[in-house]
Design a protein around this ligand. Sequence first.
Ligand code: ZN
Ligand code: ZN
Length: 635
Amino acid sequence: MVCALPSISCCTISSLTIEKRQSLQSSPKSSLGTLETQLLHKFNSVSELKIVHSLLIKSGTPLSELPLSRVASVCALTPSFLYAQRIFQQVGQPEIVTWNCCLRDFAESDTPFNAILLFHQLQRHNVCPDSFTCSFVLKACVKLMDLSHGRIIHALVVKLDLLVNLVLQNVILHLYASCGEMSDAILLFDKMSQRDIVTWNTMITQLVKKGDIDSAYKMFSEMPDRNLRSWTAMIAGFVRCRKPKKAIDIFKEMEQVGLKPNEATVVAVLSACADLGALDLGSRLHDYSNKSGFKANVLICNTLIDMYIKCGCLEAAKDVFEGMKKRTVVSWSAMIQGLALHGNADEAFGLFFRMTQAGVNPNGVTFIGLLNACSHMGLVNKGRAFFARMTNDFAITPGIEHYGCMVDLLSRAGLLHEAHEFIKEMPIKPNAAIWGALLGGCKVHKNVEMAEVATRHLHELDPHNDGYYVVLANTYSEAKKWEDAARVRKLMRERGLKKTYGCSSITVDGLVHEFVAGDESHSQSEEIFEKWKQLLVPLRLKGYVPNTSVVLLDMEEDEKEKYLFRHSEKLAVVFGLINLAPRETVRIFKNLRVCEDCHAAFKLLSEIVKREILVRDRSRFHCFKDGSCSCKDYW
Ligand code: ZN
Ligand code: ZN
């Protein structure tokens, strides 16, 4: 590119020209001096080109010495286009070859529109395009998502009978697909008499981007050959549409055919591991990354931090973070958020201080982490201070998530009226998450009136979400307002809403086992129930009393107990105690919040069985150890 080269000021040129003109006049046939030779390769404008041109003539140097691609790029978009054309004619090189180089450079530059402008120049001056011309302009169209010019070039390709060229067909396909014209892309794809791996990969990648994972997977299954790009696109696709288990299955299949993951594959699979809590595979990929020299890849390190945090391995996340030579705001924010999820508020604040000392500017995500840290530990004043600092010190406008964090912080702390006032004064319209946070606080602090206020808003904003009805019914049950609880459940039935069942998963020997509440379908069910019965003896001795108030339904106490003992997280923990190696940590992932009864039981259990039990629920981590939980019972 022209602009990449150092420019020579006009002043240098003119002074040089005067000096050299004198020497040239005395010996017109002399060859070029060092300065002129330098100029010959560094001219940056038409006027500089003209000086060089005249120097060449005067020194008798052949015109072919001129770097033609530079001549093309300097003249391409100026009225001197014709001047350049004449030079090419004199040199005797087919001019389209030179213009194509220039087009390619334009298409790959930050200003791809120049390629389209040059293409118009070529048309105006009757320069006949070839397949390279078309492919470079099409690449510029793809970059610009310029479908209208793209269609013109497509028509030209047909007119010039160039459509047999597979490279061109692939670029046109890419253009339609990336501009969202999937039906045109599919039409072209179906008509193509030959396809290569690029064709298939283009379709798969674009279908994945559109979120049409089923069609993408169908293509992937049908394609004759697959390369690493195809596999990676498919894995990333399943991660994107929140099917991490399928992503990991595909990855394992890829390994079986003997392909080694590249950096993009590693990032995609690590994200799947994070979503699924698949720590074994995640750590294996970590080792692989270190061995493959991916250690300096910031994106991989950031994904590793996220994976370790979501798998509950805070120490491993810290190791990755501390080992990074270069960190981005994403790395800092991920680590702060991780510390917050694990209830290490002080460490999160310390890291924030280090971050600002290191001159890294926090962003909105950083503050979500900080506010979460405050919220999980009930640090109301600190939270208010961060919320104010965000705007005052860092000029970050709070988004809906930040308001959500504040409502969550106030509600959890029992400041329900203040939270309600805060919502009413928000400059943006509160969404369902905001009212949901208030409702959550109402349940913890057993405030039925405020729960009704929050639910009224939730009815309007998110009528099909059953979660809120369940919380409201729960709040009524806990206040022993059975009739109201029954009314809400009836409403849910009438509206066709079903309760989302608690679901907990645990990985043993690389296999994920899922349990839903009341599950009797697992092959080890009998063993699990028996083991729980045995554990109840020391549990009761340590003071465990089943907290049947968390059971929504109005039924006999012993029925309630049976119901309670089959909560999904209990089933998963007991399954872990049976199947994991003696001192191995039991890691559970639950889709909803862990309930009070399971929380109380796990604290005692961690002491009885002398093991760490780690539960990641919808909002945070609970690490049960030696009879207490890392949340210090504030959750
Ligand atoms: Zn429970
Ligand atoms: Zn806890």
